[in-house]
Design a protein around this ligand. Sequence first.
Ligand SMILES: [Zn+2]
Length: 579
Amino acid sequence: MRTYLTLAFLTASALTPAAAQTIYPIDRADILAGSQFDFKVEYPGLQQADGVRVTINGEPYAKVLGRSATFVEREEGKDQSALILRDVALKPGTYKVEAGASTVTWNVFATGPRKAKNVILFVGDGMSAAHRIGARLLSKGIDQGKSLGKLAIDDMPQMALVATAGSDSIITDSANAASAFATGHKSGVNAMGVYPDRTANPFDDPKVEPIAKLLKRRMDLAVGIVTNTEIEDATPAAMATHTRRRATYDQIVEQFYAVKPDVLMGGGLANFLPKEAAGSKRKDGTDYVAKFKEAGYRYVTTAGELDAARGDASTGKLLGLFNLGNMDGVLDRRFLKGGTVKKFPEQPDLTDQVKASLTVLSKNPNGFFLMVESGLIDKYAHALDFDRAVYDTIMLDNAVRQTKEWAKARGDDTLILVVSDHNHPNSLIGTVNDDMSTTPNVAMRERIGVYEKAGFPDYPKPDADGYPSRVDVNHRIAIFSAALPDHYETFRPKLDNPNAPTVAGKEKGTYVANEQYKDVPGAFLRLGNLPAMMNASVHSGEDVILTATGPGSERVHGSMDNTEVFRVIVDALGVANGE
Ligand SMILES: [Zn+2]
Protein backbone atom coordinates (compact mmCIF):
# COMPACT_ATOMS: atom_id res chain seq x y z
CA MET A 1 0.00 0.00 0.00
CA ARG A 2 2.77 2.28 0.96
CA THR A 3 4.73 1.47 -2.21
CA TYR A 4 1.65 1.94 -4.29
CA LEU A 5 1.03 5.43 -2.84
CA THR A 6 4.59 6.55 -3.49
CA LEU A 7 4.45 5.31 -7.07
CA ALA A 8 1.16 7.04 -7.63
CA PHE A 9 2.58 10.29 -6.29
CA LEU A 10 5.68 10.08 -8.50
CA THR A 11 3.63 9.30 -11.56
CA ALA A 12 1.30 12.18 -10.93
CA SER A 13 4.14 14.68 -10.45
CA ALA A 14 5.88 13.49 -13.60
CA LEU A 15 2.73 14.01 -15.62
CA THR A 16 1.68 17.34 -14.13
CA PRO A 17 3.41 20.20 -15.89
CA ALA A 18 5.24 22.52 -13.54
CA ALA A 19 3.30 25.54 -12.37
CA ALA A 20 4.74 28.87 -13.34
CA GLN A 21 5.69 31.50 -10.81
CA THR A 22 4.64 34.29 -13.14
CA ILE A 23 3.31 34.59 -16.67
CA TYR A 24 3.78 37.82 -18.65
CA PRO A 25 1.70 39.62 -19.83
CA ILE A 26 -0.09 39.34 -16.50
CA ASP A 27 -3.62 38.17 -15.81
CA ARG A 28 -6.43 40.32 -17.22
CA ALA A 29 -4.02 42.21 -19.50
CA ASP A 30 -5.80 44.09 -22.27
CA ILE A 31 -3.68 43.85 -25.40
CA LEU A 32 -4.16 45.77 -28.63
CA ALA A 33 -4.50 43.35 -31.55
CA GLY A 34 -1.33 43.42 -33.64
CA SER A 35 0.73 45.28 -31.03
CA GLN A 36 4.01 43.61 -30.16
CA PHE A 37 4.75 42.12 -26.77
CA ASP A 38 7.13 39.65 -25.17
CA PHE A 39 5.79 36.45 -23.69
CA LYS A 40 7.58 35.13 -20.62
CA VAL A 41 6.93 32.26 -18.24
CA GLU A 42 9.01 32.17 -15.07
CA TYR A 43 9.31 28.95 -13.07
CA PRO A 44 10.21 28.98 -9.40
CA GLY A 45 12.62 26.02 -9.77
CA LEU A 46 14.72 24.17 -12.32
CA GLN A 47 12.92 22.67 -15.30
CA GLN A 48 13.95 20.55 -18.27
CA ALA A 49 13.39 22.07 -21.70
CA ASP A 50 11.22 19.15 -22.78
CA GLY A 51 9.39 19.10 -19.47
CA VAL A 52 7.68 22.48 -19.58
CA ARG A 53 4.24 22.55 -21.08
CA VAL A 54 2.50 25.81 -21.77
CA THR A 55 -0.76 26.04 -23.63
CA ILE A 56 -2.87 28.89 -24.91
CA ASN A 57 -6.57 28.08 -25.27
CA GLY A 58 -5.59 24.42 -24.95
CA GLU A 59 -3.10 24.46 -27.86
CA PRO A 60 0.69 24.46 -27.60
CA TYR A 61 1.75 28.09 -27.12
CA ALA A 62 4.15 27.93 -30.09
CA LYS A 63 1.27 27.16 -32.42
CA VAL A 64 -0.75 30.14 -31.20
CA LEU A 65 2.16 32.58 -31.02
CA GLY A 66 3.80 31.36 -34.24
CA ARG A 67 7.14 30.17 -32.90
CA SER A 68 8.94 28.54 -30.00
CA ALA A 69 10.34 30.43 -27.06
CA THR A 70 13.92 30.41 -25.87
CA PHE A 71 14.27 28.12 -22.86
CA VAL A 72 16.58 29.46 -20.17
CA GLU A 73 17.42 26.62 -17.85
CA ARG A 74 19.23 28.61 -15.17
CA GLU A 75 18.13 32.22 -15.28
CA GLU A 76 20.81 34.51 -13.81
CA GLY A 77 22.72 31.32 -12.94
CA LYS A 78 20.11 30.43 -10.34
CA ASP A 79 17.95 27.32 -9.95
CA GLN A 80 15.12 28.95 -11.84
CA SER A 81 14.05 28.31 -15.42
CA ALA A 82 12.16 30.52 -17.81
CA LEU A 83 10.64 30.60 -21.27
CA ILE A 84 10.87 33.83 -23.22
CA LEU A 85 9.52 34.69 -26.65
CA ARG A 86 9.94 38.23 -27.95
CA ASP A 87 7.88 40.38 -30.31
CA VAL A 88 4.72 38.36 -30.73
CA ALA A 89 1.26 39.69 -31.59
CA LEU A 90 -2.25 38.30 -31.50
CA LYS A 91 -5.60 38.60 -33.24
CA PRO A 92 -8.58 39.80 -31.18
CA GLY A 93 -10.08 37.32 -28.74
CA THR A 94 -9.81 35.86 -25.27
CA TYR A 95 -6.68 33.85 -24.58
CA LYS A 96 -6.26 31.54 -21.60
CA VAL A 97 -2.62 30.74 -20.94
CA GLU A 98 -1.87 27.69 -18.80
CA ALA A 99 1.47 26.62 -17.35
CA GLY A 100 0.63 23.80 -14.99
CA ALA A 101 -1.72 25.09 -12.33
CA SER A 102 -0.90 28.71 -13.21
CA THR A 103 -3.23 30.44 -15.59
CA VAL A 104 -3.68 33.95 -16.89
CA THR A 105 -6.27 35.28 -19.29
CA TRP A 106 -5.65 38.02 -21.84
CA ASN A 107 -8.19 40.13 -23.64
CA VAL A 108 -6.90 41.05 -27.10
CA PHE A 109 -8.97 43.85 -28.56
CA ALA A 110 -9.40 45.42 -31.99
CA THR A 111 -10.42 49.00 -32.64
CA GLY A 112 -13.16 50.54 -34.70
CA PRO A 113 -12.48 52.63 -37.80
CA ARG A 114 -10.31 55.71 -37.56
CA LYS A 115 -12.05 58.82 -36.26
CA ALA A 116 -9.20 61.25 -35.64
CA LYS A 117 -6.35 62.29 -37.87
CA ASN A 118 -4.23 63.36 -34.93
CA VAL A 119 -4.13 62.74 -31.20
CA ILE A 120 -2.58 65.10 -28.67
CA LEU A 121 -2.13 63.89 -25.10
CA PHE A 122 -1.43 66.56 -22.50
CA VAL A 123 -0.11 65.31 -19.18
CA GLY A 124 -0.03 67.54 -16.12
CA ASP A 125 2.45 65.50 -14.15
CA GLY A 126 1.23 65.07 -10.60
CA MET A 127 -1.49 67.65 -11.21
CA SER A 128 -4.02 67.47 -8.40
CA ALA A 129 -7.41 69.13 -8.13
CA ALA A 130 -5.78 71.73 -5.84
CA HIS A 131 -3.36 72.83 -8.58
CA ARG A 132 -6.25 73.05 -10.99
CA ILE A 133 -8.43 75.14 -8.70
CA GLY A 134 -5.42 77.30 -7.80
CA ALA A 135 -4.82 77.91 -11.52
CA ARG A 136 -8.47 78.83 -11.98
CA LEU A 137 -8.47 81.28 -9.06
CA LEU A 138 -5.27 83.02 -10.13
CA SER A 139 -5.81 83.13 -13.89
CA LYS A 140 -9.58 83.71 -14.05
CA GLY A 141 -10.49 85.35 -10.79
CA ILE A 142 -13.63 84.75 -8.78
CA ASP A 143 -16.50 86.99 -7.71
CA GLN A 144 -19.05 86.09 -5.02
CA GLY A 145 -18.18 82.44 -5.38
CA LYS A 146 -18.49 82.17 -9.15
CA SER A 147 -15.39 81.79 -11.28
CA LEU A 148 -14.95 84.58 -13.80
CA GLY A 149 -13.92 82.12 -16.46
CA LYS A 150 -13.19 78.49 -17.25
CA LEU A 151 -9.84 76.85 -17.67
CA ALA A 152 -9.32 75.36 -21.12
CA ILE A 153 -8.44 72.06 -19.44
CA ASP A 154 -11.84 72.03 -17.74
CA ASP A 155 -13.85 73.40 -20.66
CA MET A 156 -14.11 70.10 -22.51
CA PRO A 157 -17.21 68.07 -23.34
CA GLN A 158 -15.92 64.80 -21.88
CA MET A 159 -14.56 64.09 -18.41
CA ALA A 160 -13.66 60.99 -16.42
CA LEU A 161 -12.01 59.96 -13.20
CA VAL A 162 -8.99 57.76 -13.86
CA ALA A 163 -7.60 55.15 -11.46
CA THR A 164 -3.81 55.11 -11.34
CA ALA A 165 -2.56 52.06 -9.38
CA GLY A 166 0.35 50.04 -10.80
CA SER A 167 0.83 46.28 -11.10
CA ASP A 168 2.92 46.28 -7.93
CA SER A 169 1.38 48.97 -5.72
CA ILE A 170 -1.63 51.18 -5.08
CA ILE A 171 0.71 54.18 -5.42
CA THR A 172 2.16 54.82 -8.83
CA ASP A 173 5.06 56.88 -10.12
CA SER A 174 5.33 58.67 -13.43
CA ALA A 175 7.06 55.72 -15.10
CA ASN A 176 4.34 53.10 -14.77
CA ALA A 177 1.64 55.78 -15.05
CA ALA A 178 2.91 57.03 -18.40
CA SER A 179 3.58 53.46 -19.48
CA ALA A 180 -0.11 52.66 -18.93
CA PHE A 181 -1.07 55.58 -21.20
CA ALA A 182 1.55 54.61 -23.79
CA THR A 183 1.04 50.83 -23.92
CA GLY A 184 -2.29 49.95 -22.34
CA HIS A 185 -0.48 47.63 -19.93
CA LYS A 186 0.03 48.05 -16.20
CA SER A 187 3.61 48.12 -14.97
CA GLY A 188 5.51 48.65 -11.73
CA VAL A 189 7.14 51.66 -10.07
CA ASN A 190 10.22 52.86 -12.03
CA ALA A 191 9.36 50.72 -15.08
CA MET A 192 8.11 51.68 -18.51
CA GLY A 193 7.40 49.67 -21.65
CA VAL A 194 8.06 46.43 -19.75
CA TYR A 195 6.64 44.09 -17.18
CA PRO A 196 9.16 44.11 -14.33
CA ASP A 197 10.46 40.54 -14.10
CA ARG A 198 12.61 38.88 -11.43
CA THR A 199 15.99 39.43 -13.06
CA ALA A 200 18.25 42.35 -12.15
CA ASN A 201 19.03 43.45 -15.72
CA PRO A 202 16.82 46.51 -16.38
CA PHE A 203 16.72 45.85 -20.14
CA ASP A 204 15.79 42.16 -20.37
CA ASP A 205 12.25 42.44 -18.97
CA PRO A 206 9.27 41.37 -21.08
CA LYS A 207 8.47 44.33 -23.32
CA VAL A 208 5.22 45.82 -24.50
CA GLU A 209 5.06 48.22 -27.43
CA PRO A 210 4.98 51.95 -26.61
CA ILE A 211 2.81 54.27 -28.63
CA ALA A 212 5.62 55.99 -30.55
CA LYS A 213 6.91 52.69 -31.93
CA LEU A 214 3.41 51.32 -32.51
CA LEU A 215 2.12 54.30 -34.47
CA LYS A 216 5.27 54.62 -36.58
CA ARG A 217 5.37 50.90 -37.37
CA ARG A 218 1.69 50.39 -38.10
CA MET A 219 0.51 53.73 -39.49
CA ASP A 220 3.59 55.78 -40.34
CA LEU A 221 2.32 58.63 -38.18
CA ALA A 222 4.58 61.45 -37.09
CA VAL A 223 5.32 61.39 -33.36
CA GLY A 224 6.19 64.26 -31.05
CA ILE A 225 7.37 64.04 -27.45
CA VAL A 226 7.52 67.35 -25.63
CA THR A 227 8.17 68.21 -22.00
CA ASN A 228 9.73 70.85 -19.78
CA THR A 229 11.47 68.27 -17.61
CA GLU A 230 14.49 66.33 -18.79
CA ILE A 231 13.42 64.57 -21.99
CA GLU A 232 14.75 61.32 -20.46
CA ASP A 233 12.37 61.66 -17.50
CA ALA A 234 9.69 59.02 -17.03
CA THR A 235 6.68 60.54 -18.78
CA PRO A 236 8.40 61.46 -22.07
CA ALA A 237 10.59 58.34 -22.04
CA ALA A 238 7.61 56.02 -21.57
CA MET A 239 6.21 57.12 -24.93
CA ALA A 240 9.04 55.40 -26.80
CA THR A 241 11.34 53.30 -24.65
CA HIS A 242 11.67 50.19 -22.53
CA THR A 243 13.42 50.01 -19.19
CA ARG A 244 12.88 48.55 -15.76
CA ARG A 245 14.77 51.51 -14.29
CA ARG A 246 13.68 55.00 -15.22
CA ALA A 247 17.05 56.40 -14.09
CA THR A 248 18.87 54.71 -17.01
CA TYR A 249 19.07 57.98 -18.92
CA ASP A 250 21.98 57.08 -21.23
CA GLN A 251 20.11 54.07 -22.59
CA ILE A 252 16.88 56.05 -22.85
CA VAL A 253 18.66 58.52 -25.16
CA GLU A 254 19.95 55.56 -27.21
CA GLN A 255 16.42 54.20 -27.47
CA PHE A 256 15.02 57.60 -28.47
CA TYR A 257 17.63 57.66 -31.22
CA ALA A 258 16.55 54.21 -32.40
CA VAL A 259 12.85 55.18 -32.47
CA LYS A 260 13.48 58.67 -33.93
CA PRO A 261 10.40 60.62 -32.84
CA ASP A 262 9.86 63.44 -35.33
CA VAL A 263 9.84 66.04 -32.56
CA LEU A 264 11.74 65.60 -29.31
CA MET A 265 11.88 68.58 -26.96
CA GLY A 266 12.65 69.34 -23.36
CA GLY A 267 15.59 69.62 -20.99
CA GLY A 268 18.10 66.86 -20.37
CA LEU A 269 20.91 67.86 -22.74
CA ALA A 270 23.45 66.42 -20.25
CA ASN A 271 22.83 62.82 -21.34
CA PHE A 272 23.12 63.68 -25.03
CA LEU A 273 26.66 65.03 -24.65
CA PRO A 274 29.77 62.85 -24.78
CA LYS A 275 31.36 62.41 -21.36
CA GLU A 276 34.27 64.72 -22.23
CA ALA A 277 31.93 67.64 -22.89
CA ALA A 278 31.24 70.27 -20.22
CA GLY A 279 28.00 69.52 -18.37
CA SER A 280 27.77 65.94 -19.70
CA LYS A 281 26.31 63.18 -17.57
CA ARG A 282 26.89 60.42 -20.14
CA LYS A 283 29.12 57.54 -19.20
CA ASP A 284 30.37 57.07 -22.76
CA GLY A 285 31.89 59.24 -25.44
CA THR A 286 28.95 59.15 -27.86
CA ASP A 287 27.72 62.55 -29.03
CA TYR A 288 23.98 62.08 -29.45
CA VAL A 289 23.42 65.68 -30.52
CA ALA A 290 25.75 65.01 -33.44
CA LYS A 291 24.04 61.69 -34.19
CA PHE A 292 20.56 63.24 -34.24
CA LYS A 293 21.87 66.02 -36.51
CA GLU A 294 23.40 63.44 -38.87
CA ALA A 295 20.02 61.70 -38.91
CA GLY A 296 18.48 64.89 -40.33
CA TYR A 297 17.24 66.62 -37.18
CA ARG A 298 17.24 70.37 -36.86
CA TYR A 299 18.75 71.06 -33.44
CA VAL A 300 17.66 74.05 -31.36
CA THR A 301 18.65 75.18 -27.86
CA THR A 302 16.84 78.51 -27.34
CA ALA A 303 13.39 80.03 -27.79
CA GLY A 304 14.73 82.11 -30.70
CA GLU A 305 16.14 79.10 -32.52
CA LEU A 306 12.90 77.23 -31.92
CA ASP A 307 10.89 80.06 -33.42
CA ALA A 308 13.19 80.16 -36.46
CA ALA A 309 12.84 76.41 -36.92
CA ARG A 310 9.07 76.70 -36.79
CA GLY A 311 9.09 79.43 -39.42
CA ASP A 312 11.36 77.48 -41.75
CA ALA A 313 9.34 75.30 -44.12
CA SER A 314 12.31 72.96 -44.54
CA THR A 315 12.26 71.88 -40.88
CA GLY A 316 11.51 68.15 -40.89
CA LYS A 317 12.60 66.48 -37.69
CA LEU A 318 13.22 68.64 -34.66
CA LEU A 319 15.37 68.13 -31.57
CA GLY A 320 15.13 70.86 -28.92
CA LEU A 321 17.23 70.62 -25.76
CA PHE A 322 16.95 73.81 -23.75
CA ASN A 323 18.64 72.97 -20.46
CA LEU A 324 21.25 70.49 -19.20
CA GLY A 325 18.70 69.28 -16.62
CA ASN A 326 15.05 70.15 -16.09
CA MET A 327 13.89 73.37 -17.70
CA ASP A 328 12.67 76.15 -15.42
CA GLY A 329 9.03 76.73 -14.61
CA VAL A 330 7.13 79.74 -15.83
CA LEU A 331 7.16 81.60 -12.48
CA ASP A 332 10.97 81.65 -12.58
CA ARG A 333 11.34 82.24 -16.32
CA ARG A 334 8.90 85.16 -16.46
CA PHE A 335 8.96 86.77 -13.05
CA LEU A 336 11.37 85.60 -10.34
CA LYS A 337 14.43 84.59 -12.41
CA GLY A 338 15.28 81.84 -9.91
CA GLY A 339 16.30 78.25 -10.58
CA THR A 340 18.66 78.01 -13.58
CA VAL A 341 17.15 80.94 -15.48
CA LYS A 342 20.32 83.04 -15.28
CA LYS A 343 22.31 80.19 -16.79
CA PHE A 344 19.68 79.37 -19.43
CA PRO A 345 17.94 82.71 -20.03
CA GLU A 346 16.33 81.83 -23.36
CA GLN A 347 14.33 78.72 -22.58
CA PRO A 348 11.05 78.62 -24.48
CA ASP A 349 7.65 78.45 -22.86
CA LEU A 350 5.71 75.19 -23.17
CA THR A 351 3.28 77.05 -25.43
CA ASP A 352 6.17 77.87 -27.83
CA GLN A 353 7.24 74.23 -27.80
CA VAL A 354 3.70 73.12 -28.62
CA LYS A 355 3.29 75.71 -31.37
CA ALA A 356 6.47 74.55 -33.11
CA SER A 357 5.52 70.89 -32.64
CA LEU A 358 2.12 71.36 -34.28
CA THR A 359 3.72 73.11 -37.27
CA VAL A 360 6.32 70.39 -37.80
CA LEU A 361 4.15 67.35 -37.07
CA SER A 362 1.20 68.47 -39.18
CA LYS A 363 3.42 68.25 -42.25
CA ASN A 364 2.93 64.47 -42.15
CA PRO A 365 -0.08 63.67 -44.37
CA ASN A 366 -0.74 60.51 -42.34
CA GLY A 367 -1.40 62.45 -39.13
CA PHE A 368 0.49 62.51 -35.86
CA PHE A 369 0.55 61.70 -32.17
CA LEU A 370 1.92 64.32 -29.78
CA MET A 371 2.48 63.99 -26.05
CA VAL A 372 3.01 67.25 -24.16
CA GLU A 373 3.96 67.18 -20.51
CA SER A 374 3.86 70.06 -18.05
CA GLY A 375 6.21 68.05 -15.93
CA LEU A 376 7.33 70.45 -13.23
CA ILE A 377 3.93 70.56 -11.55
CA ASP A 378 5.00 67.27 -10.00
CA LYS A 379 8.53 68.39 -9.12
CA TYR A 380 7.19 71.49 -7.37
CA ALA A 381 4.47 69.53 -5.56
CA HIS A 382 7.17 67.18 -4.24
CA ALA A 383 9.12 70.21 -3.03
CA LEU A 384 6.05 71.78 -1.34
CA ASP A 385 6.35 74.73 -3.76
CA PHE A 386 2.69 75.30 -4.51
CA ASP A 387 3.02 78.69 -6.17
CA ARG A 388 5.29 77.27 -8.84
CA ALA A 389 3.06 74.20 -9.29
CA VAL A 390 0.02 76.42 -9.85
CA TYR A 391 1.84 78.66 -12.35
CA ASP A 392 2.91 75.62 -14.38
CA THR A 393 -0.71 74.44 -14.32
CA ILE A 394 -1.71 77.79 -15.84
CA MET A 395 1.01 77.21 -18.46
CA LEU A 396 -0.47 73.80 -19.26
CA ASP A 397 -3.84 75.45 -19.60
CA ASN A 398 -2.44 77.99 -22.07
CA ALA A 399 -0.89 75.20 -24.13
CA VAL A 400 -4.23 73.37 -24.21
CA ARG A 401 -6.16 76.52 -25.11
CA GLN A 402 -3.97 77.33 -28.09
CA THR A 403 -4.15 73.70 -29.21
CA LYS A 404 -7.94 73.67 -29.03
CA GLU A 405 -7.98 76.80 -31.20
CA TRP A 406 -5.53 75.20 -33.63
CA ALA A 407 -7.73 72.08 -33.87
CA LYS A 408 -10.89 74.11 -34.34
CA ALA A 409 -9.34 76.02 -37.24
CA ARG A 410 -8.62 72.69 -38.96
CA GLY A 411 -12.19 71.44 -38.63
CA ASP A 412 -11.74 69.41 -35.45
CA ASP A 413 -9.89 66.40 -36.83
CA THR A 414 -7.83 66.04 -33.68
CA LEU A 415 -8.52 64.26 -30.39
CA ILE A 416 -7.21 66.28 -27.44
CA LEU A 417 -6.82 64.60 -24.06
CA VAL A 418 -5.70 66.27 -20.82
CA VAL A 419 -4.84 64.07 -17.88
CA SER A 420 -2.78 63.89 -14.74
CA ASP A 421 -0.69 60.74 -14.35
CA HIS A 422 -1.05 60.47 -10.57
CA ASN A 423 -2.22 62.63 -7.77
CA HIS A 424 -0.37 64.57 -5.09
CA PRO A 425 -2.00 64.79 -1.65
CA ASN A 426 -2.37 68.55 -2.01
CA SER A 427 -5.40 70.44 -0.83
CA LEU A 428 -6.59 74.01 -1.01
CA ILE A 429 -7.68 74.73 2.55
CA GLY A 430 -8.08 78.51 2.58
CA THR A 431 -5.81 81.53 2.45
CA VAL A 432 -2.75 82.90 4.22
CA ASN A 433 -3.48 86.40 5.46
CA ASP A 434 -0.48 88.47 6.44
CA ASP A 435 1.47 91.46 5.29
CA MET A 436 4.41 90.21 3.20
CA SER A 437 6.27 93.47 3.83
CA THR A 438 6.48 93.24 7.61
CA THR A 439 7.71 90.78 10.16
CA PRO A 440 4.66 89.05 11.54
CA ASN A 441 3.99 89.54 15.21
CA VAL A 442 1.27 86.94 15.29
CA ALA A 443 2.18 83.26 14.84
CA MET A 444 1.83 82.39 11.16
CA ARG A 445 -0.49 79.54 11.99
CA GLU A 446 -2.98 82.01 13.33
CA ARG A 447 -2.91 83.80 9.99
CA ILE A 448 -4.45 80.89 8.10
CA GLY A 449 -7.94 81.84 7.04
CA VAL A 450 -10.35 78.92 6.96
CA TYR A 451 -14.03 78.78 6.00
CA GLU A 452 -15.43 82.33 5.85
CA LYS A 453 -12.11 83.73 7.06
CA ALA A 454 -10.49 82.42 3.85
CA GLY A 455 -12.45 84.92 1.80
CA PHE A 456 -10.90 85.50 -1.62
CA PRO A 457 -7.23 86.00 -2.51
CA ASP A 458 -5.95 89.38 -3.72
CA TYR A 459 -3.53 88.55 -6.51
CA PRO A 460 -3.11 91.32 -9.08
CA LYS A 461 -5.20 91.04 -12.22
CA PRO A 462 -3.51 88.43 -14.41
CA ASP A 463 -1.66 89.36 -17.59
CA ALA A 464 -2.87 88.27 -21.03
CA ASP A 465 -1.50 84.77 -20.39
CA GLY A 466 -3.32 84.40 -17.09
CA TYR A 467 -0.39 85.05 -14.76
CA PRO A 468 -0.67 87.49 -11.85
CA SER A 469 2.59 89.49 -11.80
CA ARG A 470 3.33 88.52 -8.18
CA VAL A 471 2.66 85.73 -5.72
CA ASP A 472 3.86 87.56 -2.59
CA VAL A 473 0.51 89.18 -1.93
CA ASN A 474 -1.02 89.68 1.50
CA HIS A 475 -3.98 87.42 0.91
CA ARG A 476 -2.77 84.30 -0.90
CA ILE A 477 -4.10 80.80 -1.42
CA ALA A 478 -3.07 78.15 1.11
CA ILE A 479 -2.32 74.73 -0.36
CA PHE A 480 -0.85 72.10 1.92
CA SER A 481 0.41 68.58 1.35
CA ALA A 482 -0.79 65.74 3.55
CA ALA A 483 2.52 63.88 3.10
CA LEU A 484 5.47 65.67 4.66
CA PRO A 485 9.13 65.29 5.42
CA ASP A 486 10.46 67.30 8.38
CA HIS A 487 10.77 70.85 7.08
CA TYR A 488 10.50 74.50 8.04
CA GLU A 489 7.03 75.79 7.26
CA THR A 490 7.24 79.46 6.24
CA PHE A 491 3.71 79.93 4.84
CA ARG A 492 5.37 82.16 2.28
CA PRO A 493 6.16 81.85 -1.41
CA LYS A 494 9.81 81.17 -2.17
CA LEU A 495 10.86 84.24 -4.14
CA ASP A 496 14.51 83.43 -4.76
CA ASN A 497 14.56 79.80 -5.87
CA PRO A 498 12.24 76.79 -5.90
CA ASN A 499 11.69 75.41 -2.43
CA ALA A 500 14.17 72.84 -1.10
CA PRO A 501 12.49 71.56 2.06
CA THR A 502 15.16 69.04 3.08
CA VAL A 503 18.87 68.33 2.94
CA ALA A 504 20.76 65.06 3.41
CA GLY A 505 20.91 63.96 7.05
CA LYS A 506 23.91 62.65 8.95
CA GLU A 507 22.71 59.09 8.59
CA LYS A 508 23.13 57.87 5.02
CA GLY A 509 19.88 57.77 3.07
CA THR A 510 17.99 60.05 5.46
CA TYR A 511 16.87 63.64 5.14
CA VAL A 512 16.35 66.46 7.60
CA ALA A 513 14.73 69.89 7.45
CA ASN A 514 16.68 72.47 5.44
CA GLU A 515 17.82 75.12 7.92
CA GLN A 516 18.00 77.67 5.13
CA TYR A 517 14.40 78.57 5.96
CA LYS A 518 14.79 78.56 9.73
CA ASP A 519 15.08 82.32 10.05
CA VAL A 520 12.29 83.29 7.68
CA PRO A 521 9.96 85.43 9.84
CA GLY A 522 7.34 83.19 11.40
CA ALA A 523 8.89 79.92 10.21
CA PHE A 524 8.68 76.90 12.46
CA LEU A 525 9.90 73.32 12.30
CA ARG A 526 7.11 71.10 11.13
CA LEU A 527 7.71 67.46 11.91
CA GLY A 528 6.85 65.22 9.01
CA ASN A 529 4.76 62.10 8.76
CA LEU A 530 6.92 60.32 6.16
CA PRO A 531 9.88 57.98 6.73
CA ALA A 532 13.21 59.83 7.11
CA MET A 533 14.36 58.33 3.79
CA MET A 534 11.93 60.64 1.97
CA ASN A 535 13.37 64.02 1.01
CA ALA A 536 10.08 65.43 -0.23
CA SER A 537 6.34 64.96 -0.37
CA VAL A 538 5.06 61.86 -2.18
CA HIS A 539 2.39 60.86 -4.69
CA SER A 540 -1.05 59.80 -3.53
CA GLY A 541 -3.42 57.18 -4.81
CA GLU A 542 -6.61 59.08 -5.52
CA ASP A 543 -8.07 59.04 -9.02
CA VAL A 544 -7.10 61.84 -11.37
CA ILE A 545 -9.15 63.89 -13.83
CA LEU A 546 -9.15 63.23 -17.59
CA THR A 547 -10.86 65.69 -19.92
CA ALA A 548 -11.22 65.31 -23.66
CA THR A 549 -12.53 66.90 -26.83
CA GLY A 550 -12.54 65.98 -30.48
CA PRO A 551 -13.21 62.80 -32.48
CA GLY A 552 -13.00 59.72 -30.26
CA SER A 553 -13.44 61.67 -27.03
CA GLU A 554 -16.87 60.15 -26.42
CA ARG A 555 -15.13 57.14 -24.86
CA VAL A 556 -13.99 59.40 -22.02
CA HIS A 557 -16.63 59.31 -19.28
CA GLY A 558 -17.36 57.91 -15.86
CA SER A 559 -14.76 55.88 -14.03
CA MET A 560 -11.83 54.60 -16.06
CA ASP A 561 -8.52 52.81 -15.55
CA ASN A 562 -5.31 54.50 -16.71
CA THR A 563 -4.73 51.68 -19.23
CA GLU A 564 -7.95 52.77 -20.94
CA VAL A 565 -6.36 56.11 -21.90
CA PHE A 566 -4.26 54.07 -24.36
CA ARG A 567 -7.43 52.44 -25.59
CA VAL A 568 -9.07 55.81 -26.22
CA ILE A 569 -6.03 56.89 -28.28
CA VAL A 570 -5.71 53.76 -30.42
CA ASP A 571 -9.45 53.58 -30.94
CA ALA A 572 -9.59 57.19 -32.16
CA LEU A 573 -6.77 56.41 -34.59
CA GLY A 574 -8.30 53.07 -35.66
CA VAL A 575 -4.93 51.37 -35.14
CA ALA A 576 -6.37 47.86 -35.18
CA ASN A 577 -9.42 48.37 -37.36
CA GLY A 578 -10.48 45.15 -39.09
CA GLU A 579 -7.89 43.03 -37.25
ZN1 LIG B 1 6.57 62.71 -8.80
